[in-house]
Design a protein around this ligand. Structure first.
Ligand code: HEC
Ligand code: HEC
Length: 224
């Protein structure tokens, strides 16, 4: 065997060991990644192929690369982009592993979205009957409830401060007037189950219904 080939084999086996070590201790939960990434779909799309100019495609990108990119955005210095710094700030290490796995497994243009379909949890767009919704609110209200302002400042502002993805800007009375006119119950329902490019719970799976309600109240109060 030539030295070149032998050297290549050594490198290859080193690579396999590293790759194995990375995945075995910390197996990603792709379905959880998809749920956590709901907030990302407004720009990166559920199939990881962006529909908005200037937004990169994530489908099929290398998992390690995606993890590194998200860590770099999260620390706010290594990679600077106001939108992505805000989007990555609340992600835990686990979220980053899961989300990176989800997007890396998608096949991209033309290839279909087998993984997205396989882990589809229903998209959360089934209307919640009012009674069930309020029962759920009661069930989660035992957890400490963050203020509407705190929830807005950690999640909703990513789109609603800038108008990203077509979100009505907080403080833009003209944009909010027809929405507020639908009534509080409809607004809340849309925030809970999702509405067009607006992801369910504003993408915050960890936010309780009560916290979403407080955030909607905070946003509309600033926009009347
Ligand atoms: C409001 C639109 C928007 C949302 C929502 C959004 N992104 Fe992004 N994303 C962008 C833009 C724009 C860029 C390019 C930024 C840059 O130039 O660094 C980007 C870049 C990235 C990159 C780097 C890709 C590469 O090729 O280097 C990753 C990874 C990423 N986003 C993941 C996410 C994840 C995960 C979420 C959800 C937690 C998310 N994004 C939510 C707009 C968005
Ligand atoms: C990824 C971007 C994004 C994030 C994050 C986001 N929203 Fe939205 N939101 C939208 C978009 C886009 C719309 C407008 C949808 C439309 O009418 O086409 C919207 C609309 C709304 C509406 C009006 C619905 C209606 O019936 O007109 C409410 C209320 C709302 N969002 C609340 C929230 C709350 C509360 C949060 C945080 C918990 C949040 N949003 C986070 C994108 C976002």
């Amino acid at each position: 065997m030539s030295n070149i080939i032998r050297f290549g084999l050594v490198l290859l086996s080193l690579f396999c060991v590293t790759a194995h070590a990375q995945t075995s201790g910390d197996a990603p939960d792709v379905a959880a990644g998809k749920r956590r990434a709901a907030v990302c779909f407004a720009c990166h799309n559920v199939d990881g192929v962006a529909k908005i100019p200037g937004v990169p495609n994530l489908a099929g990108q290398h998992r390690g690369y995606l993890e590194g990119a998200l860590q770099a955005y999260r620390d706010g210095k290594t990679r600077q982009n106001p939108t992505m710094n805000a989007m990555a700030a609340p992600l835990s290490d686990r979220d980053i592993v899961n989300i990176a796995a989800y997007f890396s497994l998608l096949r991209g243009q033309g290839g279909g979205v087998a993984v997205a379909d396989a882990v589809d949890t229903g998209g959360g767009v089934t209307p919640i009957p009012a009674a069930a919704a309020s029962a759920k609110t009661e069930a989660v209200s035992a957890a400490p409830v963050r203020s509407g302002e705190a929830v807005y400042g950690s999640v909703c502002f990513a789109c609603h401060a800038t108008g990203a993805a077509g979100a009505p800007k907080v403080g833009d009375k003209a944009a909010w007037m027809p929405r507020i006119a639908q009534g509080d119950a409809t607004l809340l329902q849309h925030a809970l189950i999702g509405f067009k490019a607006m992801p369910p719970h504003g993408g915050c799976a960890a936010c309780s219904d009560a916290e979403i309600k407080a955030a909607v109240a905070y946003m509309t109060a600033k926009s009347r």
